[in-house]
Design a protein around this ligand. Structure first.
Ligand code: R1P
Length: 262
């Protein structure tokens, strides 16, 4: 184990953060808004590799968010990068190893529900998989939602105190990297999906398995591809996410302070 990692882990244990956050596409810049207490590149972490997707810096920082220590993952691993489940879930396993009890995942997603236009925020109440992950538990049933009702409640409280509208809905996880066809969007809507993206679901299921209390917020950056007939590319997603990330930052700060007080 590298000296840099051991020193970082010691700092984290000393500050004992109650919240870890995985920052989605284009949201990593939020980390620059808060003082950094310690930082480490993903490649210095055992079992982690470099990120390959633009807008995912591959830095792990411990920040003082509104005076409260929070572990911030600037970037994630996606299945479409060719990673196995073990790599996609590695940040979550690290959160467990460092003893952080709560996880908020954020992502940039396409809105399927008509009420979710660009800039909308949606607390995820459940997800569905367009295709089951490779390591899903065989024949497991029932599969209750892994999203913590308590954290969802706190997120709504925080949003209300900031006078922000927080929707609630179902996230459809696709493998990607292609965006959806119009036919797929119609099918997803009929299944009950409100938004679609290429991440988060596996992280949340891993967190729940490890005893971490999980919640997630989608920042709707665009109408889901295939809904409007207009083309969409990742740079537009990044641009929208960066433009609208401030509200995610305010919610992170509100949640962190509430969790630190409990
Ligand atoms: C598509 O533009 C990319 O942005 C979203 C999608 O899942 C996909 O990776 O990224 P995050 O879910 O990591 O925010």
């Amino acid at each position: 184990m590298s000296e840099a990692f051991s020193a970082f882990a010691a700092q984290v244990r000393q500050h004992s953060p109650q919240l870890a956050v995985i920052l989605g596409s284009g949201m990593g810049t939020l980390a620059a808004d808060w003082p950094v207490l310690a930082q480490l590149r993903y490649v210095e972490i055992p079992g982690m590799v470099a990120t390959t997707v633009v807008g995912h810096a591959g830095m792990l920082t411990l920040n003082a968010v509104a005076g409260v220590p929070v572990l911030l993952f600037q970037g994630r691993f996606h299945f479409y990068e060719g990673h196995p489940p073990q790599q996609v879930e590695r940040p979550v396993r690290l959160i467990a190893e460092l003893g952080v009890p709560h996880l908020l995942a954020t992502n940039a997603a396409g809105g399927i529900a008509m009420t979710l236009g660009p800039g909308s925020l949606m607390a995820i109440r459940d997800h569905l998989w367009w295709k089951s992950p490779a390591d899903a538990v065989q024949f497991q049933s029932p599969r209750p939602s892994v999203y913590s009702p308590r954290l969802i409640g706190l997120l709504h409280e925080v949003a209300a105190s900031l006078e922000l509208r927080l929707h609630q809905g179902v996230y459809c996880a696709v493998t990607g990297p292609s965006y959806e066809t119009s036919a797929e969007i119609r099918a997803m809507r009929s299944w009950g999906a409100d938004a679609v993206g290429m991440s988060t679901a596996h992280e949340m299921e891993t967190a729940a398995k490890l005893g971490i209390e999980p919640a997630a917020i989608s920042l709707i950056t665009n109408a889901a591809a295939g809904m409007t007939g207009e083309s969409l590319d990742h740079h537009e997603v990044l641009h929208e996410a960066a433009r609208q990330a401030t509200n995610i930052g305010r919610i992170i700060a509100g949640l962190a302070t509430r969790l630190a007080a409990t």
